[in-house]
Design a binder for this molecule. Structure first.
Ligand code: CO
Length: 156
């Protein structure tokens, strides 16, 4: 578990914008068709350790996080075709879905990103997988990759 919190620092030279300073990559999210099969592959084949598994019916997803040392991947399977991950699978097939960066404060990160003119999917933090506070940045703002910011402090 990380014990050091991120600090917010100066932006580019001449800029008054404070930049988001992530603590690190928290996880990489992968879209999969079958969660049981994916968990089996990533634990038995690749040697990961199952950390959590959860269903979020309101988000249409069943998820598992798998630890590889201090690194983590998040496996995401849709609970139906008409869900965000279901539509992603239909359009793109299984594979990389998003990258999540750990920040100290999701609301502060969103404020900094909005001040920099970044296109956001979530303008306020919401409850993500495993009760964590998360928000998503539009892929068009970050070179085509759906991007998540996550804080380890849980939303109550
Ligand atoms: Co995620």
């Amino acid at each position: 578990m990380l014990t050091q919190w991120a600090r917010r620092g100066a932006g580019p030279p001449g800029s008054s914008i404070e930049t988001v300073q992530p603590l690190g990559v928290h996880h990489v999210g992968l879209a999969v068709a079958d969660l049981d099969e994916a968990v089996e592959s990533y634990t038995s084949l690749l040697g990961g350790v199952l950390e959590h598994r959860d269903v979020l019916p309101d988000q249409g997803v069943e998820a598992a996080s798998i630890l590889f040392g201090s690194s983590r991947i998040e496996l995401l399977a849709p609970t139906g075709n008409d869900t965000p991950v279901g539509r992603f699978l239909a359009k793109r097939g299984p594979g990389m879905h998003h990258v999540a960066y750990e920040v100290e404060d999701v609301a502060a990160a969103l404020a900094d990103l909005a001040a920099a003119g970044t296109e956001l999917i979530d303008t306020v933090p919401r409850r993500g997988l495993f009760g964590l506070q998360v928000a998503f940045i539009h892929p068009d703002a970050v070179h085509g990759v759906l991007t998540e910011v996550v804080a380890v402090a849980r939303l109550t």
